[in-house]
Ligand binder design. Structure first.
Ligand code: NAG
Ligand code: NAG
Ligand code: NAG
Ligand code: NAG
Ligand code: NAG
Ligand code: NAG
Length: 841
């Protein structure tokens, strides 16, 4: 899409005014088009963008609203299924006001056939319910709910050649599943055992096998055989090959389990034994961790073909428990696909399977053996994100090795690009794909166009898979360790190796171990190039410096000594160094260094990124600079290191999208606005570059410091207020409530007697449920403690209680701090005290 060398990254967004929920995507490489299913509309996005509307007629809409569903939300037609039938037609289904319908979409004139079929079981009734579908050889496999209430889950096959095949309606088959994904794994050309192709389903369901006080969720993989026809007597029109197993994604060493699967990507290879299944998981409690686990297809297959079955056992009469089945399993193996061995026994289809096998598989669909992840743990664990989608691309790097590149989408519209290296996984990019912070609902990868497509409630975004163009130096390009990117010596640009096929390989520099030694040396900025910054004493200044890549660490030095966070009024943030309240002692040289660990070279690559000379602007102040000072001065490090300044943008560049992307229709927009490289003059960066720096990128601790200052200020005012109040109260300037308080504090000592106190206490006991034991016991032990108790009780909101509580204080041995200041006044106010107090106690 965008292969011309450019220091920006183009994202394309599509949305149509008034249309939402662009969550169903279908790529057609043959037509070079993306089909999008949204609410009441289907789009074909290509050179000629076309739309077809599919709205709900009045009758079904009325029915839907009569059933208590919302007309604006539920009773619309959410397109949920888009599948290819042949070159000319798509099969499309929509929720259609809680009466799912399917139809054929003619691609020649992009119109619906207009003879809708019942979509029950192919498409959910409820747009918010989970579902999955896959079209295999003209037959539609789906996982969804079969009824209006959404309480009957079903995994089924709709075929033009045979009747519906489905799961039993039983909790041992499916127990409140959330469907995530389904796809076919072909046996491939060398079907040595005459095995059938298999369709795998992935979902999270409520476990039956674990005892738990709530509903414990379990991620599952289930499998059916493509050639299944159901049983002859047992399991008529039901799957005879439905088996399911637990998918494990956990950190055993920490005893932490990721038990909710959100999306699956199957990285297919020509031989299924090389196929790898990738999944994104979170945990049920949602502690802000997301994980990616990878599964070897061979391991999955082994569980289904050799695993032990589980069975329901009744313990203590009514209580059932799932335990391992240790008996003899019937032959042929229950749930197995038909293979040559069975054919030799005259079993050529599931209709010929013996009843014993069928009964067994009906009652034992769950396998005990779990599917363990490769490496026995997650490939990737990320803090503070919820991954919603995943796609994976296999790339052959210049070193000839193959790397898996994991793209994950989050619930905040962010895309992460992570690379699996030998020593672990690194996230090399973080990009705000969606302009709104909303979930990525669907993510597709087109290796052909090197593009990603992300669907969300508000639109579809197309993004390249690599952002090499934003590394403007060789070091940055190589240290990014992105298998897509290499530095071209000739053009002095970081290029995508896929686009660079024409380039001479000798000219490309790439080192995925992060060894940038091969890079032509660049002289670092020298002191005479340092940027001069002059600020007024007491103002704050930000010295900008962006990390050149996601893996780099930025260090600051002032006058050659390293700055730490602990330094006075200094704050090292993502965007640079922030100095609050610049003083005399802050003057001097500031240098921003990046440190990047290169595992291959076993050393740190250290580079000077930017240098500043900070001087105080002592009065008289030239008017030009005051403007800079009133706001936080933001300075780009462009001049001092024009080759590095722009590289770090990706990590934090949510904001440019907001300004740049606009509906409707495929609009091209700039994500990363970098200063033109050739421009190394000392002119300040264009104003839009400054605007891009969003406020919220100030590290959180700065607001922390501010809030402490605010708190102190607030405390000061509060104390002043209290003093004023006390004084006014003391001087009797304030009316009754104050007098009461005053009376309570001053005059009570001598006038409160035991009986009164008891009365108060009784009142309190009556009014204060569970604390009554404490109240009844404690006054006898310790006065001050009981005061505490009574004070706590006062918070119940009775206006009367303060007097009761206070009345009790003096009855015990004086607490001088409270009495002394008012001692003199005590006797002069007895009457008022009595007046004010009596009605309450
Ligand atoms: C459809 O999109 C709207 C608007 O963004 C959103 O509020 C709603 O939750 C979406 N509905 C579904 C079923 O995704
Ligand atoms: C999967 O496991 C099998 C058997 O252990 C092994 O031969 C194969 O190489 C593995 N595949 C991958 C992609 O690791
Ligand atoms: C299979 O069927 C053929 C012909 O119907 C019969 O001759 C043969 O004995 C059968 N084999 C088995 C194992 O039942
Ligand atoms: C993840 O999702 C959960 C629930 O949907 C939410 O409470 C939490 O704040 C999210 N975490 C992040 C980091 O977005
Ligand atoms: C740097 O050195 C200058 C002169 O030697 C001194 O005045 C200044 O306080 C120093 N600044 C810092 C931040 O150490
Ligand atoms: C490399 O840099 C990191 C981060 O500054 C530091 O922790 C580490 O000790 C350095 N390693 C070497 C070998 O210098």
């Amino acid at each position: 899409v965008n292969s011309k060398p450019c220091h920006c990254v183009y994202l394309m967004e599509f949305s149509e005014p008034g249309i939402f929920n662009y969550s169903t995507l279908l790529l057609s490489e043959t037509r070079d088009a993306l089909f999008v299913g949204a609410r009441e509309a289907i789009f074909e996005l290509s050179k000629k963008n076309v739309t077809v509307q599919w709205t709900v007629a009045e009758d079904p809409m009325l029915m839907c609203t009569l059933k208590g569903k919302s007309q604006e939300r539920d009773c619309l037609n959410y397109i949920r299924v888009l599948q290819v039938i042949d070159d000319d037609r798509l099969y499309v289904c929509g929720t259609h006001a809680f009466q799912p319908q399917c139809d054929y979409l003619n691609l020649a004139d992009f119109s619906l056939h207009g003879q809708p079929e019942d979509g029950r079981g192919k498409c959910p009734f409820d747009p918010s319910q989970s579902f999955t579908t896959v079209m295999v050889d003209g037959e539609l496999y789906s996982g969804t709910a079969y009824n209006f209430l959404g309480s009957e889950p079903i995994i089924s096959k709709y075929s033009p050649f045979q009747s519906l095949l489905r799961t039993e309606y039983s909790t041992s088959w499916l127990n409140e599943p959330s469907f995530v994904f389904a796809d076919v794994i072909r046996e491939g050309r060398n079907k040595a055992y005459g095995e059938d192709d298999k369709i795998y389903y992935f979902f999270t369901e409520v476990s039956v096998e674990y005892e738990f006080f709530g509903k414990l969720l379990i991620p599952r993989v289930a499998r059916v055989c493509k050639g299944d026809l159901g049983g002859q007597r047992t399991l008529q029109k039901k799957w005879t090959s439905f088996l399911k197993a637990k998918l494990v994604c956990s950190m055993p060493e920490l005893n932490f389990v990721f038990n909710v699967v959100h999306d699956i990507f199957i990285l297919k290879e020509s031989d299924w034994r090389d196929t790898v299944i990738y999944g994104v998981f979170t945990s049920q409690g949602n502690v802000g961790l997301s994980a990616v686990c990878a599964y070897n297809m061979t391991a999955v297959e082994d569980v289904f073909s050799k695993g032990k079955y589980m069975q329901k056992a009744t313990v203590e009469q009514s209580h059932t428990k799932w335990v391992r089945y240790n008996g003899i399993t019937p032959s042929p193996r229950p749930g197995a696909c038909i293979n040559n061995q069975m054919r030799e026994q005259n079993i050529s289809s599931s209709l010929h399977l013996p009843d014993k096998t069928l009964q067994f598989v009906r009652d034992h669909p769950l396998l005990e053996d779990p599917v363990l992840p490769m490496g026995n743990g997650p490939r990737l664990i990320t803090k503070d994100v919820n991954y919603t989608q995943i796609v994976v691309e296999r790339v052959r790097a210049l070193d000839g090795n193959i790397y898996d590149i994991i793209f994950t989408g989050t619930d905040k519209g962010v895309l992460h690009k992570s690379v699996v290296y030998e020593e672990g996984v690194h996230t090399v990019e973080e990009i705000q794909l969606l302009k709104n912070s909303e979930p990525i609902k669907n993510l597709l990868l087109s290796s052909e166009t090197q593009s990603l497509y992300a669907g969300s409630d508000s639109g579809v975004v197309q993004s390249p898979t690599a952002f090499c163009g934003r590394y403007s130096s060789c070091d940055g390009c190589v240290l990014a360790r992105d298998p897509h990117c290499a530095w071209d010596r000739h053009t002095a640009a970081c290029v995508n190796i896929v686009d660079a096929v024409g380039h001479q390989p000798g000219n490309l520099i790439q080192n995925l171990h992060g060894d940038a030694d091969k890079c032509p040396s660049v002289s670092p900025p020298s002191v005479k190039d340092y940027h001069h910054v002059t600020v007024k004493p007491g103002s704050s200044v930000e010295l900008r410096c962006l990390a050149p890549s996601n893996l780099a660490q930025v260090n600051w030095k002032s006058n050659k000594t390293a700055l730490t966070e602990a330094s006075r009024f200094h704050l090292i943030g993502e965007q640079g160094l922030l100095i609050y309240s610049v003083g005399q002692e802050d003057q001097g040289h500031y240098e921003c260094w990046s440190v990047e660990w290169a595992p291959a070279a076993r050393k740190n690559f250290t580079r000077l990124l930017a240098g500043y000379i900070l001087t105080l602007d002592l009065p008289p102040t030239p008017p030009q600079q005051t403007g800079q000072i009133t706001t936080t001065t933001t300075l780009s490090s462009k001049e001092t290191s024009s080759t590095h300044a722009a590289e770090g943008n990706g990590k934090t560049d949510g904001a440019p999208l907001t300004s740049a992307l606009a509906p409707p229709s495929f609009t091209t927009s700039v994500l990363f606005t970098n200063p033109p490289q050739a421009d190394s003059s000392l002119t300040p960066p264009p104003s839009n570059t400054i605007k891009i720096q969003p406020r919220h990128h100030l590290p959180p601790s700065s607001s922390h410091n501010n809030s402490i200052a605010l708190l102190l200020l607030f405390l000061l005012f509060f104390l002043l207020f209290l003093a004023a109040l006390a004084y006014n109260c003391y001087m009797q300037y304030l009316p009754a409530p104050c007098l009461r308080m005053r009376a309570a504090l001053l005059g009570s000592q001598k006038t409160v007697h035991k009986p009164e106190y008891r009365a108060c206490e009784a009142g309190l006991i009556e009014g204060s449920g569970p604390d009554k034991v404490n109240v009844a016991e404690e006054p006898t032990q310790n006065g001050s403690q009981s005061t505490q108790n009574l004070r706590a009780l006062r918070d119940t909101g009775y206006e009367t209680e303060p007097e009761c509580g206070n009345g009790q204080i003096p009855s015990k041995d004086d607490s001088p701090s409270q009495e002394k200041p008012f001692d003199v006044d005590c006797e002069s106010q007895p009457i008022q005290f009595a007046d004010a107090d009596e009605p309450y106690c």
